[in-house]
Design a protein around this ligand. Structure first.
Ligand SMILES: [Zn+2]
Ligand SMILES: [Zn+2]
Length: 248
Protein backbone atom coordinates (compact mmCIF):
# COMPACT_ATOMS: atom_id res chain seq x y z
CA UNK A 1 0.00 0.00 0.00
CA UNK A 2 1.25 3.47 -0.77
CA UNK A 3 0.80 5.12 2.60
CA UNK A 4 1.60 8.59 1.41
CA UNK A 5 0.37 9.42 -2.03
CA UNK A 6 -2.90 7.54 -2.44
CA UNK A 7 -5.09 10.29 -0.93
CA UNK A 8 -3.24 13.45 -1.75
CA UNK A 9 -2.85 12.81 -5.50
CA UNK A 10 -6.63 13.07 -5.88
CA UNK A 11 -7.02 16.34 -3.95
CA UNK A 12 -6.93 18.82 -6.87
CA UNK A 13 -9.67 16.89 -8.68
CA UNK A 14 -11.78 16.71 -5.51
CA UNK A 15 -11.38 20.46 -4.96
CA UNK A 16 -12.52 21.29 -8.51
CA UNK A 17 -15.37 18.76 -8.38
CA UNK A 18 -16.75 20.03 -5.04
CA UNK A 19 -16.57 23.63 -6.28
CA UNK A 20 -18.40 22.89 -9.54
CA UNK A 21 -21.06 20.84 -7.72
CA UNK A 22 -21.62 23.62 -5.16
CA UNK A 23 -21.97 26.25 -7.91
CA UNK A 24 -24.48 24.09 -9.80
CA UNK A 25 -26.41 23.43 -6.59
CA UNK A 26 -26.47 27.16 -5.70
CA UNK A 27 -27.67 28.12 -9.18
CA UNK A 28 -30.15 25.34 -9.92
CA UNK A 29 -31.74 24.59 -6.52
CA UNK A 30 -33.73 26.82 -4.14
CA UNK A 31 -31.39 27.93 -1.33
CA UNK A 32 -31.90 28.10 2.44
CA UNK A 33 -29.96 30.73 4.38
CA UNK A 34 -30.43 28.75 7.61
CA UNK A 35 -28.90 25.66 6.00
CA UNK A 36 -25.93 27.69 4.74
CA UNK A 37 -25.50 28.63 8.42
CA UNK A 38 -25.44 24.91 9.27
CA UNK A 39 -22.80 24.32 6.56
CA UNK A 40 -20.61 27.06 8.04
CA UNK A 41 -21.08 25.68 11.58
CA UNK A 42 -19.97 22.28 10.30
CA UNK A 43 -16.96 23.92 8.65
CA UNK A 44 -16.04 25.33 12.08
CA UNK A 45 -16.19 21.83 13.60
CA UNK A 46 -14.21 20.27 10.76
CA UNK A 47 -11.63 23.06 10.46
CA UNK A 48 -11.11 23.73 14.15
CA UNK A 49 -11.44 20.27 15.74
CA UNK A 50 -10.56 18.18 12.68
CA UNK A 51 -7.72 20.00 10.96
CA UNK A 52 -6.26 22.52 13.41
CA UNK A 53 -6.55 20.62 16.70
CA UNK A 54 -6.57 17.04 15.36
CA UNK A 55 -4.52 16.63 12.19
CA UNK A 56 -2.16 19.54 12.83
CA UNK A 57 -1.44 20.20 16.50
CA UNK A 58 -2.12 16.70 17.87
CA UNK A 59 -1.22 14.19 15.14
CA UNK A 60 1.54 16.05 13.28
CA UNK A 61 3.28 17.96 16.06
CA UNK A 62 2.20 15.91 19.10
CA UNK A 63 2.12 19.24 20.92
CA UNK A 64 -0.32 18.04 23.59
CA UNK A 65 -1.74 14.82 25.00
CA UNK A 66 -5.41 13.94 25.08
CA UNK A 67 -7.76 10.95 25.40
CA UNK A 68 -8.34 8.41 22.62
CA UNK A 69 -11.90 9.76 22.39
CA UNK A 70 -10.70 13.20 21.32
CA UNK A 71 -7.96 11.79 19.08
CA UNK A 72 -10.45 9.60 17.19
CA UNK A 73 -13.20 12.26 17.08
CA UNK A 74 -10.84 14.92 15.73
CA UNK A 75 -9.43 12.47 13.16
CA UNK A 76 -12.90 11.61 11.85
CA UNK A 77 -13.80 15.32 11.61
CA UNK A 78 -10.47 15.95 9.83
CA UNK A 79 -11.37 13.35 7.20
CA UNK A 80 -14.47 15.40 6.30
CA UNK A 81 -12.30 18.34 5.23
CA UNK A 82 -11.63 16.48 1.95
CA UNK A 83 -7.89 17.04 2.27
CA UNK A 84 -7.05 13.37 2.73
CA UNK A 85 -6.54 10.90 5.55
CA UNK A 86 -4.61 11.64 8.74
CA UNK A 87 -1.62 9.67 7.42
CA UNK A 88 -1.49 11.56 4.11
CA UNK A 89 -2.02 14.98 5.74
CA UNK A 90 0.57 14.45 8.46
CA UNK A 91 3.11 13.16 5.90
CA UNK A 92 2.65 16.28 3.78
CA UNK A 93 2.81 18.65 6.74
CA UNK A 94 5.91 17.07 8.26
CA UNK A 95 7.61 17.52 4.91
CA UNK A 96 6.44 21.15 4.83
CA UNK A 97 8.20 21.86 8.15
CA UNK A 98 11.31 19.91 7.16
CA UNK A 99 11.93 21.78 3.89
CA UNK A 100 9.96 25.00 4.51
CA UNK A 101 10.17 27.17 1.36
CA UNK A 102 13.07 25.10 0.03
CA UNK A 103 13.19 22.38 -2.62
CA UNK A 104 11.03 19.53 -1.26
CA UNK A 105 8.38 21.72 0.43
CA UNK A 106 5.05 20.33 -0.89
CA UNK A 107 3.14 23.64 -0.66
CA UNK A 108 5.42 26.65 -0.59
CA UNK A 109 4.08 29.76 -2.39
CA UNK A 110 7.70 30.88 -2.72
CA UNK A 111 8.52 27.77 -4.79
CA UNK A 112 5.21 27.00 -6.45
CA UNK A 113 3.40 30.35 -6.78
CA UNK A 114 -0.41 30.68 -7.03
CA UNK A 115 -0.85 27.26 -8.67
CA UNK A 116 -0.71 25.80 -5.16
CA UNK A 117 -4.15 27.35 -4.54
CA UNK A 118 -5.36 24.11 -6.08
CA UNK A 119 -4.44 21.34 -3.64
CA UNK A 120 -1.59 19.67 -5.50
CA UNK A 121 0.65 18.46 -2.68
CA UNK A 122 3.47 16.63 -4.38
CA UNK A 123 5.90 15.03 -1.95
CA UNK A 124 8.41 12.25 -1.36
CA UNK A 125 7.25 9.38 0.81
CA UNK A 126 8.99 9.36 4.19
CA UNK A 127 7.59 6.52 6.25
CA UNK A 128 9.93 7.12 9.14
CA UNK A 129 8.40 10.54 9.83
CA UNK A 130 4.91 9.04 10.26
CA UNK A 131 5.87 5.69 11.79
CA UNK A 132 3.64 6.29 14.83
CA UNK A 133 0.57 6.57 12.54
CA UNK A 134 1.30 3.72 10.12
CA UNK A 135 1.58 1.36 13.06
CA UNK A 136 -1.80 2.44 14.47
CA UNK A 137 -4.67 0.26 13.19
CA UNK A 138 -7.26 3.07 13.33
CA UNK A 139 -5.18 5.48 11.26
CA UNK A 140 -4.18 2.77 8.75
CA UNK A 141 -7.84 1.73 8.35
CA UNK A 142 -9.11 5.28 7.86
CA UNK A 143 -6.30 5.89 5.37
CA UNK A 144 -6.79 2.69 3.38
CA UNK A 145 -10.55 3.13 3.10
CA UNK A 146 -10.57 6.94 3.05
CA UNK A 147 -12.56 7.32 -0.17
CA UNK A 148 -14.88 4.42 0.71
CA UNK A 149 -15.70 5.98 4.09
CA UNK A 150 -16.34 9.39 2.49
CA UNK A 151 -18.54 7.75 -0.20
CA UNK A 152 -20.61 5.93 2.46
CA UNK A 153 -21.01 9.18 4.42
CA UNK A 154 -22.23 10.90 1.25
CA UNK A 155 -24.64 8.07 0.40
CA UNK A 156 -26.00 8.10 3.96
CA UNK A 157 -27.00 11.78 3.70
CA UNK A 158 -28.14 11.45 0.10
CA UNK A 159 -30.71 8.93 1.36
CA UNK A 160 -32.34 11.83 3.23
CA UNK A 161 -32.27 14.03 0.12
CA UNK A 162 -29.95 16.06 -2.10
CA UNK A 163 -30.14 19.07 0.24
CA UNK A 164 -28.71 17.06 3.13
CA UNK A 165 -25.83 15.81 1.01
CA UNK A 166 -24.92 19.34 -0.07
CA UNK A 167 -25.43 21.31 3.15
CA UNK A 168 -23.94 18.70 5.48
CA UNK A 169 -21.10 17.20 3.42
CA UNK A 170 -20.25 18.87 0.11
CA UNK A 171 -20.45 22.58 1.09
CA UNK A 172 -18.55 22.26 4.42
CA UNK A 173 -15.96 20.14 2.58
CA UNK A 174 -15.68 22.68 -0.24
CA UNK A 175 -15.15 25.52 2.26
CA UNK A 176 -12.56 23.45 4.17
CA UNK A 177 -10.45 22.59 1.15
CA UNK A 178 -10.43 26.21 -0.11
CA UNK A 179 -9.57 27.64 3.30
CA UNK A 180 -6.79 25.08 3.56
CA UNK A 181 -5.20 25.86 0.19
CA UNK A 182 -5.60 29.64 0.52
CA UNK A 183 -4.14 29.66 4.03
CA UNK A 184 -1.20 27.46 2.93
CA UNK A 185 -0.49 30.17 0.36
CA UNK A 186 -1.07 33.21 2.61
CA UNK A 187 0.85 31.63 5.54
CA UNK A 188 4.14 32.05 3.69
CA UNK A 189 3.30 35.21 1.79
CA UNK A 190 1.41 37.94 3.70
CA UNK A 191 1.80 39.38 7.19
CA UNK A 192 4.53 40.04 9.73
CA UNK A 193 7.18 38.03 11.54
CA UNK A 194 7.77 37.84 15.28
CA UNK A 195 10.70 35.47 14.73
CA UNK A 196 13.48 35.44 12.15
CA UNK A 197 12.81 31.88 11.04
CA UNK A 198 14.63 30.14 8.21
CA UNK A 199 11.60 30.47 5.91
CA UNK A 200 8.96 32.93 4.69
CA UNK A 201 6.31 32.06 7.32
CA UNK A 202 4.11 35.00 8.38
CA UNK A 203 1.45 35.98 10.93
CA UNK A 204 -1.85 37.41 9.65
CA UNK A 205 -4.90 38.14 11.83
CA UNK A 206 -7.53 37.69 9.11
CA UNK A 207 -6.09 34.30 8.19
CA UNK A 208 -6.27 33.33 11.88
CA UNK A 209 -9.98 34.14 12.00
CA UNK A 210 -10.81 31.70 9.19
CA UNK A 211 -8.39 29.03 10.46
CA UNK A 212 -8.97 29.21 14.25
CA UNK A 213 -5.50 30.51 15.07
CA UNK A 214 -3.49 28.76 12.35
CA UNK A 215 -2.72 32.16 10.79
CA UNK A 216 -0.12 32.89 13.53
CA UNK A 217 2.04 30.82 11.28
CA UNK A 218 5.43 32.47 11.82
CA UNK A 219 5.00 31.86 15.57
CA UNK A 220 4.18 28.23 14.77
CA UNK A 221 7.27 27.70 12.59
CA UNK A 222 9.44 29.21 15.31
CA UNK A 223 7.86 27.00 18.01
CA UNK A 224 6.36 23.91 16.27
CA UNK A 225 6.18 21.96 19.54
CA UNK A 226 3.84 24.46 21.21
CA UNK A 227 0.08 23.95 20.80
CA UNK A 228 -0.48 27.65 21.50
CA UNK A 229 0.29 29.65 18.35
CA UNK A 230 -0.10 33.08 19.97
CA UNK A 231 2.88 35.04 21.27
CA UNK A 232 1.63 38.62 21.64
CA UNK A 233 -1.38 39.23 23.90
CA UNK A 234 -3.61 40.27 21.00
CA UNK A 235 -2.79 37.23 18.85
CA UNK A 236 -5.95 35.28 19.69
CA UNK A 237 -5.74 31.52 19.11
CA UNK A 238 -9.17 29.91 19.63
CA UNK A 239 -7.96 26.35 18.95
CA UNK A 240 -5.42 26.67 21.79
CA UNK A 241 -8.22 27.72 24.17
CA UNK A 242 -10.15 24.55 23.27
CA UNK A 243 -7.00 22.42 23.70
CA UNK A 244 -6.70 23.82 27.23
CA UNK A 245 -10.05 22.12 27.91
CA UNK A 246 -9.38 18.72 26.27
CA UNK A 247 -5.67 18.13 26.99
CA UNK A 248 -4.55 16.04 29.90
ZN1 LIG B 1 2.79 22.68 11.58
ZN1 LIG C 1 4.35 26.82 7.02
Amino acid sequence: MNYLTSNTAALPYIQVLLTVLTLLFAILMPQSLAMWGVSIALYVLIGCFGISIGYHRLLTHKSFKTSKFWERTCTILGMLAFTGSSIGWVGVHRQHHKYSDKEGDPHSPVLHGPKMLIANYDFDPNRWSIRYLITDKFHVFTHKYYFGIIALWMLFWLAFGLNFLFYLVIIPGMISIWVSTISNYVNHKWGYKNFETNDESRNLWINSIFTFGEGWHNNHHARPGSYDFSVKWWEFDPAAKIINLIKR
